[in-house]
Design a protein around this ligand. Structure first.
Ligand SMILES: [Zn+2]
Length: 512
């Protein structure tokens, strides 16, 4: 009988907290629903104490989940654990994930705690979490740099207090595969009470070894992997979910009798959704989900593949749900065709959203003949990012050219329905429009990056603008917006970034 490697997805917690990725409530819910379709076992939906907005998002996900375990992160502090539990309460299956650092470096300089105090704290807080929730996971933060003997003791006290999953994080991405595998093996051998418990790993990709380390851990008895879609996360990111799943699946000879519950056919869709909502573009050469991952372009390769696919391909594009036959919609496509395509792209829309999207789709189809998948994604993304936004772009008019001094007038609508109109000049139409936005919102930011791409081919294509801005206190946020008019797309992306700043204020962050 094969054993299951549990997939613990932390895209919405570790992935979402990395600079620039921040998602709003609606976006998180959309991703969570797709993760459930993908078949992950546990969704770490967020860090509820971080801000009221984080709490609300976790609560909404817990309410919407049908079969997946919903997990909330909490430091080893009563208030965190209490808040995490309140947030996940509506879920059918729930888990509290609490953590405390065990490396001397962290104990001495961050927590200012002795080893004995740390052991007592772990026991006390895991017990407290167990009073609320049957399923408790404990992580010794910075485990890979902790003294192994002390680490075993820390795990032992978590087990005694009732933790059922012991997660070993390589917080700073320092481990190498053989060493990390040995480390897990020794934990299994030397921790009292570990039999019957689930050992989990959480690796970071600072040395590009997160997936390799996680798989080495699996070979040594780990049965849960914490990972994110597209490998997004702090710094160089986390273990990439799609790479783990496909490695275990493709190399059955190595990972004998092991499998995951993930439906591989949903991988591509999930990757696209996460990439478009976070604004983190997947590099073309990224394993499994990069646009070149299944492109065998050189002549020799093509010949080989035509003769027999296995000569160069170890996986099939269809395995991850990558459908080569793209359907192009147009002016005469009906509601049903649109809905079917949206589902294909991973967007599950409510009746209200469908109506709105369909209206926008028709407007766009009047402007351009062929509507590609990328157009549909852009359409829906504008919709989702505006759904919970404080400010929405209601109107943009510009004058520019070689003779006239650029000027812009912008109308923004606030969430209470009130409209604000301002005019401004600038060095160009975008500068003028941004300065008008600044006059209305009054948030001081520096524009770090501005990038414009055509959503699809053709001169009538929509433009997507991605901006990165920095606040006065050094936090960075990204924004995205699209439209067939490049100035409108520019203003949308800028307002999108400013909305994230307004929503992301006073948010606490943890590194695990
Ligand atoms: Zn992490």
């Amino acid at each position: 009988m094969s054993q299951i490697i549990k997939i613990f997805d932390t895209t919405l917690r570790d992935g979402e907290q990395c600079p620039g990725a921040s998602l709003n409530h609606e976006e998180k819910l959309k991703i969570a629903k797709q993760l459930e379709k993908l078949g992950v076992d546990i969704i770490e939906a967020g860090f509820p104490i971080a801000s009221p907005d984080d709490f609300r998002a976790v609560h909404a996900i817990a309410k919407a989940a049908k079969k997946t375990t919903i997990c909330g992160l909490a430091r080893a502090v009563e208030k965190d654990i209490q808040t995490a539990f309140e947030a996940i309460r509506p879920a059918r299956k729930k888990r509290i994930h609490t953590f405390l650092a065990t490396s001397d470096l962290h104990l001495k300089f961050k927590l200012k705690m002795t080893r004995a105090e740390a052991l007592a704290k772990i026991a006390e807080m895991v017990k407290f979490a167990r009073l609320k929730c049957n399923d408790v996971e404990f992580s010794p933060e910075d485990a890979s740099r902790s003294d192994p003997k002390f680490l075993w003791k820390a795990l032992e006290s978590a087990i005694k207090a009732g933790a059922k999953t012991l997660n070993i994080p390589d917080t700073v991405g320092y481990a190498t595969p053989a060493e990390f595998g040995e480390f897990i093996k020794n934990i299994r051998k030397n921790t009292r009470g570990i039999r019957g418990m689930v050992i989990s790993v959480h690796c970071h990709d600072d040395l590009g070894l997160a997936v390799a380390n996680s798989l080495a851990a699996v070979r040594n008895g780990a049965r849960q992997i914490e990972c994110t879609v597209n490998g997004i996360g702090e710094r160089a990111g986390n273990t990439s979910l799609e790479e783990i799943v496909m490695a275990i699946r493709t190399r059955k000879d190595v990972f004998r009798n092991l499998k995951t519950n993930v439906k591989a056919k949903e991988i591509y869709r999930t990757s696209r959704l996460v990439s478009s909502l976070t604004g983190f573009v997947v590099p073309p050469n990224k394993a499994i989900v990069g646009s070149n991952a299944f492109a065998h372009e050189s002549g020799i390769h093509q010949h080989g593949i035509l003769a027999k696919r296995e000569t160069y391909e170890i996986m099939k594009a269809q395995d991850i749900g990558l459908d080569k036959n793209k359907l192009v919609l147009g002016k005469h496509s009906g509601r049903a065709a649109l809905i079917a395509r949206m589902i294909e792209l991973g967007f599950e829309l409510s009746q209200k959203e469908i109506e709105k999207t369909f209206r926008r789709f028709k407007l766009l189809a009047d402007k351009k003949k062929e509507i590609f998948d990328e157009d549909l994604e852009a359409l829906v993304l504008n919709e989702i990012s505006e759904a919970a936004a404080e400010w929405i772009v209601d109107g943009v008019e510009v004058i520019s050219g070689t003779k006239k001094k650029p000027r812009a007038e912008v109308i923004l609508k606030r969430s209470d329905g009130k409209k604000f109109r301002k005019k401004s000049g600038g060095t160009g139409p975008v500068d003028a429009a941004y300065s008008a936005v600044n006059k209305i919102i009054g948030e001081k930011v520096k524009l770090l990056e501005f990038r414009m791409d055509a959503v699809s081919e053709g001169i009538d294509a929509q433009a997507t603008v991605a901006v990165k801005v920095e606040t006065a206190d050094g936090r960075t946020y990204t924004g995205k917006g699209s439209h067939t008019d490049i100035v409108v797309a520019s203003v949308r992306s800028y307002v999108n970034a400013l909305n994230k700043i307004l929503a992301g204020k006073e948010r606490m962050k943890v590194v695990l």
